[in-house]
Design a binder for this molecule. Structure first.
Ligand code: NAD
Length: 257
């Protein structure tokens, strides 16, 4: 089986992990639909650059993953959806009693409920095409907790749970649903957490990286976006056809503890 000519929709893909996954898929000849909530020339330029570099069709669709209707419109506007990567996500770090309710609502909507809406819209498209892959970018925080991340840990555990349900509901079809649970990856999302973590713990930013962020990651190395792209390619391959409803941790040993 070749992936060339299939279409992937990657939510939250004008940055970080989502953009790297889009590039990895495009390298294999997959047409890609990029997304975020902004609608800037530079967003559309990312898609144009991928089309030129890899000779695939690529477009950018602006849709806000905090809104259910936008999530469903993204799939409709994509025009096809063989591979759905639910990747959009945000973070906020605060003790639960100080955690702003609006941040809770946004994280639950973007990091968890968006995957419900996009999956609901994409499954009929995959069934009509006779093949599909749903890949949810969860987190080690879908399997383990950390203090000060109430909304994120809740949302990511929810995504891991929903992945199991989708795997079961599609078990008899040529469709799989899996979650990838990365440990810490050095992207803008994590770079933004370093000052907040330093503040919460009352330590320097360097100490926050070594003693708090990578404290949980026994390898003491950040996961790379290219490694996550490679795991996506594996989950899209024939070898992974019977892997469904499960989670693959890529966390330098974090969740083995
Ligand atoms: P990032 O900030 O670089 O990317 C997040 C993406 O989501 C961006 O493209 C952003 O524009 C998009 N986004 C944010 N709000 C959106 C909205 N309302 N609608 C549409 N798109 C929106 O961060 P990243 O590290 O690449 O994170 C990608 C995913 O990986 C997230 O779900 C995150 O929770 C998960 N993850 C990251 C790490 C890590 O260490 N970086 C670890 C585990 C899991």
């Amino acid at each position: 089986m070749t992936l060339a000519g299939k279409t992937a929709v990657i939510t939250g893909s004008n940055s970080g992990i989502g953009l790297a996954i889009a590039r990895e898929l495009a390298k294999a000849g997959v047409n890609v639909v990029l997304n975020s909530f902004t609608d800037r020339a530079e967003d559309h330029a990312l898609a144009a650059d991928i089309a030129t570099e890899f000779g695939v069709k690529a477009k950018y669709v602006s849709a806000d993953m905090s809104k259910g209707d936008d999530c469903r419109r993204l799939i409709a506007d994509a025009g096809a959806c063989d591979i759905l990567i639910n990747n959009a996500g945000i973070q906020h770090v605060a003790p639960i009693e100080d955690f702003p309710a609006a941040k809770w609502d946004a994280i639950i909507a973007i990091n968890m409920s968006s995957a419900f809406h996009t999956t609901a819209a994409a499954l009929p498209v995959m069934r009509a095409a006779g093949w599909g892959r749903v890949i949810n970018i969860a987190s080690a925080h879908g399997l383990r907790a950390s203090p000060f991340k109430a909304a994120y840990v809740t949302a990511k555990h929810g995504v891991v749970g929903m992945t199991k349900v989708v795997g079961l509901e599609t078990a008899k079809e040529p469709i799989t649903a899996n979650a990838i649970c990365p440990g810490y990856v050095l992207t803008p999302l994590v770079e933004g957490q370093i000052p907040a973590t330093a503040k919460e713990y009352g330590i320097s930013e360097d100490e926050a990286i070594e003693k708090v962020i990578l404290a949980k990651q026994p390898s003491k190395e950040f996961v790379t976006v290219e490694q996550l792209g490679g795991i996506v390619m594996f989950l899209c391959s024939d070898a992974a056809a019977q892997i469904t409803g499960t989670s693959i941790a890529a966390d330098g040993g974090w969740t083995s503890q």
